[in-house]
Design a protein around this ligand. Sequence first.
Ligand SMILES: NC(=O)c1ccc[n+]([C@@H]2O[C@H](COP(=O)([O-])OP(=O)(O)OC[C@H]3O[C@@H](n4cnc5c(N)ncnc54)[C@H](O)[C@@H]3O)[C@@H](O)[C@H]2O)c1
Length: 259
Amino acid sequence: MDQLAGKVAMVTGAARGIGAEVARTLGRVGASLMLCDVIDGADILGELAAAGINARFRSLDVRRADDWAAAMAEVDEMFGRLDILVNNAGVFIVRPIEQSTEEDYQFQMDVNLKGVFLGTKAALPLMKRITREQDSGSIVNLSSVAALVGSANAALYGASKGAVRAFTKAAAIELPGAGYNIRCNSVHPGMVDTAMAVTALDRFSGTDAEKRATVAARYPLGRVAQPADIAAAVLYLASPAAGFVTGTELVVDGGMSAQ
Ligand SMILES: NC(=O)c1ccc[n+]([C@@H]2O[C@H](COP(=O)([O-])OP(=O)(O)OC[C@H]3O[C@@H](n4cnc5c(N)ncnc54)[C@H](O)[C@@H]3O)[C@@H](O)[C@H]2O)c1
C-alpha cells in the first residue's frame, strides 16, 4: 500500500543504520526523499535508485543552521513541499561521568539536541504550508530508552535524549497552537543492531558473541532490535494512520524498559 504516495520526507543521518532503513521503508510506500548525512550517501542513494525510489542526497551537518537552510531551499526547489522530517542523526559516547569531558558533553548535546532544534526550526517554513484539509505534517525525533531509564556510562547521551523527549512534547503543543497542521512524536529504541550498538557493546565483557548474548538476555523478547523494527515505528508516526497521534513517546525496545 502506498500510504505515503505524493509525500516528501527528509531524513538525517540517512547514510547508514536506522536512518538508511527509514529511507528504504518510507520510499517503499511512495515517499520522495531528501536524505542527509555528514558521511557519504552514495550507497543508499544507489540502492534506492535501483528500487525506483525518488531520492536525493546532500551533505548536511545537523549542528549547522546554514546547512539546514541550504537543504530546505533544495527541498523547496526540487519537491515544492515537505511533509515528514525524521530527525535521526545522533552520536553516542560510552564513558563514565568521572571520565567524561566538556567536549563529550558539547558534542552529544550539539548533534543530538541542537540538531533536532535546528532541523525543526528549519522545516517549519515549508511544513506550515500544509493545510488543515490535508494529512498532517509529521516530525519524528529519534530519542532512546536512555531518555526514560538510567543508562550507566551514558549519562550525557541519556541527558541529550531526555531533552529531545521534552523538546518533542513542547513542539507537539506549540505547533498546532500556532495554527500549523504538524504532529511531533519521539521514538525510543533500546539497543538496535547498527554501528552505534557496537560502541554500546564495549560496556560488556567477553567475546563479541558473549556480549551480544548478555545484552539480548536483558530484553523480554530475547533479542535486540533490527533497524527495520524502528523504521516500522517511524513509518507509523509519519503516516496518516497516526493522524491523531502527537506528543507521544513510542517505545520500541522489546519490553526492556517495562521491567
Ligand atoms: N543503535 C542503537 O542502539 C540506538 C538506540 C537508541 C537510539 N538510537 C538513535 O537512533 C539514531 C540512529 O542511530 P544508529 O543506530 O543508526 O547510529 P549510526 O551511528 O549507525 O548512524 C547515525 C548516523 O548519523 C550520522 N551523523 C552523525 N553526526 C551527524 C551530524 N552532525 N549531522 C548529520 N548526520 C550525522 C552518522 O554519520 C550516521 O550515518 C540516533 O539518533 C541514535 O541515538 C540508536
